[in-house]
Design a protein around this ligand. Structure first.
Ligand code: AHR
Length: 514
């Protein structure tokens, strides 16, 4: 007897978007695509730095394959050297011909050779074309140590420190775009109360100066204070305390940004696997990542009370998915795989930041290479680009573009007790007048037919790229590096509307020619 098994019915759901090109919003600051490289596991050592004597092709010790891949992302800024590591970092140990060998007690207790220090970091930034976001040591350092680091890096006049920099092969002052004053000072950065941190913040903000003559006016270095790490009362109290103090600030101190850290983790310690999971874990992680929206709203509302002109940016300088360490790896190295699920996580967060572009003007995914939700993974001479990397590359056109309003009913995708929006979308106009649409289909089972009507623009043609994969846990490996890789997609222009189909669990970016 033959039993006929009916194939599951896959019906494309329709979602209509109304894109109001005539109503431009805030600028989507390119800095929301910032990254984070901490001295942690193989993030810096091996991931970026292999040393000039390595057989891995490198330029002055910095691996060429990683530089080439990062250049394509137009990384606007890199936060360094931590993280928790920053509050134990002493910059003098990382300059000059003889480097002190120290330890990295927070991350695996391993040897820190200090081979990658200030000059190597700045060389790396120069090679990838990015700006420095320096995180200074408030926890175990002193204002004098931090002030001297900045003088060493930025003084143009022939001070003893500037001459030492020149002797270390960099006569010209460096440019430091962003200064983070401490890291998680409420926890690994010294377990400070808001009041104690505030007194430190004022001192560091006052005395840690950037002397680079090119950074005295509009190009001045922006200072970022430690902000909240969640949405509970202790975090809203922290934001209140800093912003209230800022409102009543004296001429002698100021900040330009308030940091916020929020990981997609569901529960601590991180226990979700990064490989070999199913739709249940997929939907739980997506629900957790969407909580970023409420968090941004909550802290923005407090900031609005004290800073209605939005002078202080909300800087989400640690975000991303944090899973259980891969079996067999050092748990202190925070090694995890990166799957199609992470591509969706990345797109949803970038969309949230873009929608709040008036307040969220900087963000840094954690982290860049080999650590947490990385762009790139390496194994000695091998390198692979992750699904998250591809999303960042597809989103490059959104850097410094102008947000455009998109209205839509997202529908819903339900799995068990979890119900999520089926679709998410943002739109923006680039400086050349081209319209860009990013659509995420969260539903791992149903494709979606997108019908976008454009107000204020006549579309001639539209095309772009889409990223999807056979499974929610599909990954790129060193053996199969292109399992999750973008493919071209075209849209039809029909009766003035754009019509295209997006696959289940996909991220799509389309450009529309006027
Ligand atoms: O990104 C890993 C760690 O997470 C950072 O060092 C710390 O700031 C946060 O707790």
């Amino acid at each position: 007897m033959t039993v006929a098994v009916a194939a599951p019915v896959v019906i494309a759901q329709k979602v209509e978007l109304s894109v109001d090109v005539a109503k431009p919003g805030a600028k989507i600051d390119r800095n929301i695509f910032g990254q984070f490289a901490e001295h942690l596991g193989r993030g810096v050592y091996e991931g970026i730095w292999v040393g000039p004597d390595s057989t891995i092709p490198n330029t002055r010790g910095i691996r060429n394959d990683v530089v080439a891949a990062l250049k394509a992302l137009k990384v606007p800024n890199v936060r360094w050297p931590g993280g928790c590591f920053a509050d134990e970092y002493h910059w003098r140990k990382g300059i000059g011909p003889q480097r002190a060998v120290t330890l990295n007690p927070k991350w695996g207790g391993v040897i820190e050779p200090n081979a990658f220090g200030t000059h190597e970091f700045m060389d790396f930034l120069n090679q990838i074309g990015s700006d420095a976001y320096l995180s200074i040591n408030v926890g175990s350092g002193t204002p004098q140590e931090a002030a001297e680091w900045l003088e060493y890096m930025t003084a143009a006049q022939p001070t003893t420190l500037a001459k030492e920099r020149a002797a270390n092969a960099h006569a010209a002052p460096y440019k430091v775009g962003y200064l983070g004053i401490g890291n998680e000072s409420w926890d690994c950065g010294g377990n400070m109360t808001p009041d104690y941190y505030l007194s430190q913040l004022k001192i560091y903000s006052r005395f840690v100066r950037n002397f680079n003559p090119a950074q005295q006016g509009k190009q001045r270095m922006l200072k970022i204070a430690v902000g909240p790490g969640g949405g509970g009362p202790e975090w809203t109290d922290w934001t209140e305390a800093i912003m209230k103090a800022w409102q009543h600030r004296h001429w002698s101190w100021d900040i330009d940004g308030l940091s916020m850290h929020s990981y997609t983790v569901v529960r601590w310690p991180p226990s979700f696997p990064s490989v070999g999971f199913g739709e249940t874990e997929y939907s739980q992680i997506l629900r957790s990542t969407l909580e970023m929206e409420d968090l941004v709203r909550k802290h923005s509302a407090i900031m609005d009370k004290y800073d209605p002109e939005k002078k202080v940016a909300l800087v989400v300088d640690e975000w991303g998915a944090w899973y259980a360490p891969l079996p067999g790896t050092n748990p202190g190295f925070l090694v995890q795989q990166n799957s199609m699920r992470d591509a969706i996580v990345a797109a949803l967060n970038l969309n949230i930041f873009a929608r709040h572009a008036d307040r969220v003007r900087m963000a840094n995914i954690a982290q860049m290479v080999n650590v947490l939700q990385a762009m790139i993974m390496t194994d000695k001479e091998k390198m692979v680009l992750t699904p998250t990397y591809h999303v960042f590359k597809m989103y490059v056109p959104f850097q410094d573009s102008t947000l455009v309003q998109v209205a839509f009913d997202p529908g819903s995708y339900t799995h068990g007790a979890i119900s999520l929006p089926r679709v998410d979308a943002i739109a923006a106009k680039d400086p050349a007048g081209k319209l860009w649409l990013a659509i995420t289909n969260l539903d791992p089972n149903q494709p979606v037919e997108i019908e976008a009507s454009l107000n204020g623009m006549v579309a001639r043609s539209a095309a772009g790229e889409t990223l999807t994969a056979p499974n929610v846990d599909s990954v790129n490996t060193f053996e199969v590096p292109n399992a999750v890789t973008p493919k071209p997609i075209a849209a039809k222009v029909q009766g003035g509307k754009l019509v295209f189909r997006v696959e289940p669990k996909s991220v799509t970016v389309i450009s529309v020619e006027p």
